[in-house]
Ligand binder design. Structure first.
Ligand SMILES: NC(=O)c1ccc[n+]([C@@H]2O[C@H](COP(=O)([O-])OP(=O)(O)OC[C@H]3O[C@@H](n4cnc5c(N)ncnc54)[C@H](O)[C@@H]3O)[C@@H](O)[C@H]2O)c1
Length: 419
């Protein structure tokens, strides 16, 4: 078995963490039990380019018992949990190509190793694997039944390829399922971004001025959680509706040029580029701390920050670099501007990844069943999968809900009754 992980000696700790996460993933576990009997992916080669975390390990185990020959590579150079990667190889017999801190060349070598596996189904978080198959490995694109995309930034890239007529195989926008983004992006990113910032810095959030760039699903989640810990939260936006929503949710809303002067901690969650840039760094306070929780490390203009800094003190604390602007001012950058919740903490709690990965697993089963009907475009997750995941999660949480009575069904379908 070919693989490339940091150290197989870390496997026992990784296994403990994978099984611990599995305790909090009852929906995925139920699907895994069914898949072990029905084998919906039997004999299929599957490559998954995802954050290599304990939760992803449980998705990989699910794909394997479903009959797939699954391999994994990382979707971010800094998010790999080396102990989990080791355990997947050693304890679960699943090849992994991922090492935390790998450079760009190794990152792409690993993606290519996952393509060498000759997958017919792929999973992506940010579309790097799909992109490689559309640019350098075009022949490998021919055998793909479908690819599942996990995050907002990936879906944006794929929809752009679709609109430009460049897409080569069907893609499923798993991120856009309500069973995914309403929970994962909002509550998962919300909690884990707080976790990442606090683990990196050990700051007290109460009384701190936290600037949240972007009030989308992730930004909303983080803003709510930061406020609940006592931070004074400022939101910046470019979308009038989201800005108004933030204002009516009780947050201060202002342009970044103003927020930059007052903020203590800044987190970007926009999926956009250079949201924090030199004009902002110039007016920030001494010891302003900046981090990104959006997909790519371009939300903060790091080359711009480096250029205006006298020197950079790497690792003044784990996951913290000090950019010395002058003798009176330093700016602290967390986790090299990469996803702070994954690089400085452990990513989303397992309970929320349970829903995202249950959606992914059911979607993989669905694409195999429907492969002959699929055209080359970006598909939404079918409603029945979203509903199934939410119903299973409610049941696992011991929550019952009401059902429409026949009278209500008729009433809601008619226009006859009025005042
Ligand atoms: N950290 C994680 O684990 C994690 C999890 C899920 C998604 N993501 C990533 O987080 C990013 C955001 O995802 P989302 O689902 O919240 O997307 P979204 O589209 O719901 O929200 C993004 C928001 O950012 C705003 N925005 C864009 N440019 C801006 C700018 N210059 N200044 C201020 N606001 C700006 C947009 O108007 C929008 O409201 C994406 O890159 C996504 O892939 C990260």
């Amino acid at each position: 078995m070919k693989y490339d992980v940091a150290d197989l000696g870390l496997a026992s700790e990784g296994k403990r963490r994978i099984l611990w996460a599995d305790n909090d993933m009852p929906v995925l576990r139920q699907i895994r039990e069914r898949f072990s009997r029905t084998q919906p992916l039997k004999g299929r080669n599957v490559s998954a380019c995802l954050h290599i975390t304990a939760e992803t390990a449980n998705l990989a185990r699910t794909l394997k018992v479903a009959g797939a020959n699954a391999v994994l590579c990382a979707s971010n150079p800094l998010s790999t949990q080396d102990d989990v990667a080791a355990s997947l190889v050693k304890d679960f017999g699943i090849p992994v190509f991922a090492i935390r801190g790998e450079n760009r060349k190794v990152y792409y070598d690993h993606i290519n190793a996952a393509i060498d596996h000759r997958p017919v189904i792929t999973f992506d978080d940010g579309a790097d694997l799909v992109n490689e198959m559309h640019t350098k490995r075009k022949d490998d694109a021919k055998r793909i039944i479908a690819s599942m995309e996990e995050t907002t930034t990936g879906v944006i890239r794929l929809r752009a390829m679709d609109a430009a007529g460049k897409l080569k195989f069907p893609v499923i926008a798993v991120n856009d399922a309500r069973s995914k983004h309403l929970f994962d992006n909002r509550y998962g990113t919300g909690q884990s971004t707080v976790d990442g910032v606090v683990r990196a810095t050990a700051y007290l959030l109460a009384g701190s001025k936290v600037v949240v760039a972007g009030y989308g699903w992730c930004g909303r989640g983080f803003a709510i959680r930061a406020r609940s810990m006592g931070a004074i939260v400022i939101v910046t936006e470019v979308d009038a509706i989201k800005a108004l929503e933030a204002a009516m949710d009780g947050f201060l809303v202002m342009p970044m040029a103003e927020a930059a002067r007052v903020g203590d901690i800044f987190v970007t969650l926009t999926g956009d580029k250079h949201v924090l840039r030199p004009e902002h760094f110039r007016v920030m306070k001494n010891r302003a701390t900046i981090a990104n929780s959006g997909h790519f490390n371009v939300e903060i203009d790091i080359p711009g920050l480096r250029k205006m800094s006298r020197k950079v003190n790497r690792g003044v604390r784990r996951n913290v670099d000090e950019y010395v602007i002058n003798k009176n001012k330093s700016i602290y950058l967390l986790a090299e501007g990469r996803l702070v919740n994954l690089a400085a903490a452990e990513g989303h709690p397992a309970s929320v990844m349970d829903m995202s990965f249950a959606t992914q697993a059911l979607q993989a089963e669905w694409v195999v069943k429907n492969q002959r009907k699929l055209g080359v475009r970006v598909y939404d997750v079918p409603l029945e999968i979203e509903e199934r995941v939410c119903r299973l999660k409610l049941a696992a949480m011991g929550i019952d809900i009401d059902e429409l009575t026949p009278e209500q069904v008729a009433y809601l379908a008619s226009s006859g009754e009025g005042t």
